[in-house]
Design a protein around this ligand. Structure first.
Ligand SMILES: Nc1ncnc2c1ncn2[C@@H]1O[C@H](COP(=O)(O)OP(=O)(O)O)[C@@H](O)[C@H]1O
Ligand SMILES: [Mg+2]
Length: 149
């Protein structure tokens, strides 16, 4: 199933993250894509907030992975630097762990991922607006059904 949303401001991104946080489950995998500055880390910040994470979430671009404790553990990855590697064994435990894995630039490690994940694709429209395409099947469809067309 695919849904498309226009995020008219960061407030909409916050609200969308809230809906996702309401539906989290152990082992959830969220793949994020979109150009630099399109809102992947910003979405993750709001998701963390709604998951009860108290620590400040920073971009893990140079560390590959940061973990946070909330209602469930949040594993925030940015695999941009793995573009030419494509696989990183150390990430396996987190991707297939019992927390929520959020992966910026997930297409770079697509071979490591299960077929069924929730993907969010951000497109820059202007300084405050973004288009968002949300895709998922199986256990993720329930979440997609909650998003109005
Ligand atoms: N609707 C919106 N959703 C998300 N970010 C937005 C939005 N409008 C403006 N922004 C801004 O765009 C920037 C997105 O940066 P960031 O989340 O780091 O992007 P990425 O992780 O995709 O490189 C932030 O400065 C954020 O404040
Ligand atoms: Mg980022």
């Amino acid at each position: 199933m695919i849904k498309k949303l226009r995020l008219n401001s960061e407030k909409d991104t916050d609200q969308f993250a809230k809906l996702i946080a309401k539906n989290i489950f152990p082992g959830m995998i969220i793949g994020l894509s979109g150009d630099l500055g399109s809102g992947k880390t910003t979405f993750t910040k709001y998701l963390a907030k709604h998951m009860g994470v108290k620590d400040t979430l920073n971009s893990p671009t140079f560390t590959l992975l940061k973990t946070y404790q909330g209602d469930l553990n949040l594993y925030h990855m940015d695999v941009y630097r793995l573009e030419n590697i494509g696989y990183d064994y150390e990430l396996d435990d987190y991707i297939y762990g019992d927390g929520v894995a959020v992966i910026e630039w997930y297409p770079y490690i697509i071979s490591m991922l299960p077929d069924n994940i929730l993907t969010l694709t951000f497109t820059f429209i202007d300084d405050v607006k973004r288009d968002l395409v949300i895709e998922g099947s199986g256990k993720y469809e329930k979440i997609l059904q909650e998003i109005s067309d």
